[in-house]
Design a protein around this ligand. Structure first.
Ligand code: AMP
Ligand code: ZN
Length: 494
């Protein structure tokens, strides 16, 4: 089988991937969401990427342990070392307890994960469940690598070899984001324990050898990855912003803890950003686009998944209504083939044995016998090349329409490929793709009835009436699509 090649940010190069420990399988840690607000679409791109990675590893037959953390403490309102914790600030602003805030946004995040057909990790690891372990970890590195100031316990980055090697050329912008703290020995030094300001009681604070306070954000990922995966483990993921500060700091802690130069993970992988030129993709500034807002506008969430897959995870991806609408059309086109050829055939026969769920992925050892090795090897070569999903999609589309492939084989092939791409192609119906916008003032039946009236008006050459109906529907948020090649007579206006 084609070997897996992945881009390692640590070496800035493509490297052949092999598990460090074949018997344990592949161990992956992904930096998870900070649950003080809803995830925006950019955040969710990071998890479509990790899902593609973990699906690919599983598809290639590796046993997988995947941890995603939930940051419910310690992430400050900037990359600063002093100041407000994002969770505390959100709790104050909403007059709710931090625990309520964390529970609410964690649930919302997990709903996004389900809507995007992202597989659950082996474990969601919650930061506040690991405070004692974080204190133990800090105690072990404190003497040789840390110093205490009035504001907290700081990591001295000059005590480890090659600090910041992951970030590559020192990024001035990243350094500029770190507010100066009086007494810090080097600008890059960071808090691993933040003391509560004197006379101030925080909602989330714990006792420690350095006084009441809370852990610094970077500490949790070192502690939880080590606890659940051991060190070194195979792959650590996060958004590209983490390559500059969060991950170099995790690496420094890992080096201090092991007393070696090991970064803690074999591969460090980073997804590039989803960018929105209108500047709407900032979680801390608010006013951003959530997955739920797309669903409320009538867009199926898997259209967003497809939008992500259309770009390589290391490329910037531009978000716009037009790009999203184009991805939705592409998804509709794929689903239409399955709906018309597979589902309608099944409905016509009504024979339970023909139910589409009978088309299961073909196990690798049966590829040759099922005569699908050619197609699947091409697909595997593309996904194995640093998860090249944009190259996988045309291969999938070819399988959908290739007249030389017989239908039984076609649906098994789609099931096999969809294990990696996660577009739910065999279980989503055309009708599922048409989501009623939350603000819609008409229901689908009304729209269909108005379209029948319009057809009659056009047949009678009453174009004024036909136009008036189209305008009325437009006012209700429905775009009439005359002559749509996919046979959709209308869609919610985006
Ligand atoms: P946060 O909840 O802010 O800690 O971020 C969760 C994940 O989203 C992290 O891996 C970030 O690096 C990633 N991320 C943040 N903004 C974007 C963006 N615009 N595009 C892609 N990934 C992002
Ligand atoms: Zn992290």
């Amino acid at each position: 089988m084609p070997g897996l090649t992945l881009y390692n940010s640590l070496t800035r190069s493509l490297e052949a991937f092999e598990p460090l420990d074949q018997a344990r399988g592949v161990r992956v840690y992904s930096c998870g969401p900070t649950v003080y607000n809803y995830a925006h679409l950019g955040n969710l791109r990071a998890y479509v990427f990790t899902d593609t990675l973990s699906r690919t590893l599983t598809w290639k037959g590796y046993p997988l342990t995947h941890i995603i953390n939930i940051t419910d403490v310690g992430h400050l309102t900037s990359d600063a070392d002093a100041g407000d914790d994002k969770m505390e600030a959100a709790a104050r602003a909403q007059a709710r307890s931090i625990w309520e805030i964390a529970a609410h946004y964690t649930d919302a995040f997990k709903a996004n994960i389900r809507d995007l057909n992202i597989r659950e990790p082996s474990r969601w690891s919650v930061a506040t469940d690991h405070i004692a372990e974080m204190i133990d970890f800090a105690k072990q590195i404190a003497i040789d690598h840390c110093y205490e100031l009035d504001t907290g316990l700081y990591f001295d980055t000059s005590t480890v070899a090659d600090y910041g090697r992951l970030a590559g050329a020192q990024d001035d912008a990243a350094e500029g984001r770190i507010d100066p703290v009086a007494g810090k020995r080097h600008p890059q030094d960071f808090a691993i324990w933040r003391k509560s300001p004197p006379g101030e009681q925080r909602q989330m604070e714990w006792d420690s050898p350095w006084g009441m306070g809370a852990p610094g954000w970077h500490l949790e990922c070192s502690v939880m990855s080590l606890k659940y995966l051991g060190a070194p483990f195979d792959i650590h993921t996060g958004g590209i912003d983490h390559r500059e500060i969060h991950h170099p700091n995790e690496i420094a802690q890992n080096q201090a803890f092991c007393g070696c130069s090991d970064s803690g993970a074999h591969f460090w992988m980073h997804n590039n950003f989803l960018v929105d030129r209108s500047g709407k993709m900032s979680k801390s500034k608010g006013g951003f686009t959530t997955l739920q807002s797309l669903i409320d506008a009538g867009v199926h969430p898997l259209a967003y998944r497809l939008l992500c897959l259309q770009a390589h995870y290391r490329s910037e991806l531009e978000f716009s209504t037009e790009n999203l609408a184009a991805a939705l059309v592409r998804l509709k086109r794929m689903i239409k083939v399955v709906d018309v050829q597979l589902w309608r055939e099944y409905e016509a026969t009504g024979d339970a044995v023909n139910h589409p769920s009978r088309y299961l992925p073909i196990p690798r050892e049966k590829w040759a016998e099922a005569d699908v090795a050619g197609v699947l090897t091409d697909f595997e070569a593309a996904i194995s090349q640093d998860l090249n999903t944009p190259r996988c999609l045309p291969l999938l589309e070819e399988v959908l329409v290739d007249p030389t492939i017989d239908n039984t084989k076609r649906w098994h092939l789609i099931a096999t490929i969809d294990e990696v791409l996660g577009l739910n192609l065999l279980s989503t119906r055309r009708s599922d793709l048409r989501i009623r916008p939350a603000s819609a003032t008409v229901c689908a039946e009304d729209i269909e009835a108005r379209l029948v009236e319009r057809k009659e008006a056009r047949a009678g050459k009453d174009f004024a009436r036909s136009d008036a109906i189209r305008d009325e529907l437009a006012a209700a948020g429905v775009e009439v699509m005359d002559g749509d090649p996919l046979g959709w007579d209308w869609k919610p206006a985006l």
